[in-house]
Design a binder for this molecule. Sequence first.
Ligand code: DAH
Length: 331
Amino acid sequence: MATDMESQLQTLAESAQKAIATADSLQKLEELRVSYLGKKGELSLILKEMGKLSAEDRPRIGAVANEIKNEIQINLVDRQNKLQQAEINQKILAETLDVTMPGVSYSLGKSHPLQSTIDRVIDIFVGLGYTIAEGPQIEGDYYNFTALNTPEDHPARDMQDTFYFEDGNLLRTHTSSVQIRYMEKNEPPLRIIAPGRVYRRDTVDATHSAVFHQIEILAIDKGLTFTDLKGTIKEFLRQMFGDDLPTLFRGSYFPFTEPSAEVDVQWQGKWLEVLGCGMVDPNVLKAVGYDPEVYSGFAAGLGVERFAMILHKIDDIRRLYNSDLRFLQQF
Ligand code: DAH
């Protein structure tokens, strides 16, 4: 009986040692503690039989049982320490910042070259005291033509092939319509810049698009002259091209200005036509109820695509519209 129990205890000690040594989590370790040393654990089960032992065997077997209990307890604590240390090491490793790892890079959105061109022009004119104005893209014939001194039978209407709606409205062919809209609602003096989208029945090619962008400039005050127009345009071009380049004011014709001019700028050895301008025609002032005997002013209109293409050496206007990232990422 006594040797039986002794060998049971030895077997228990061996299996406990093995199980504890290979326990791979604190939770498993706790389960082992309960199954070996718990109230209903294996050791207790064996010790229940102690009563059946003879009086001389009892203390000896009891001593062996105690030793095994201590051993198991020591093994448990030992293994617990090891597992806790391993957990800490794991945590330290996981939280270490490897500064040699390549970083995660996020690509930033950027302004489209058309928008950044518009923004540059706006910045320059805002610096000269101008405020931004806007008008609708679907316009009445009156705002796009008639009030701009271009009555129905006027040959200048052929200069701008127009998209018409069935109700007689149209897609504005230029931002000059904003001049009328703004002057109708405001009294002089005024200085405005009006950027926006315009439409013409043009066949699309490397330099033409049916939809494009213009920026309109308008200044009305007492005593404004062609000198003010020239000074303003020259200052604008100086800031736009970052240099005091030679400019040429060529006499031209627009129905809504008199006199009218087209402006060329000499850039990188070539004369480039960059905008149209002129003194606001008295008929335009009359159309909005301003007295042309008291007020005068100047206006100018420029094509955004043209400026963007000149400044960035873009060879085809269509590149500005087809959203090719290989192109857009260059700006
Ligand atoms: N509206 C003209 C066009 O689209 C451009 C223009 C010329 C605007 C002269 C003006 C101006 O304000 O004075 O061709």
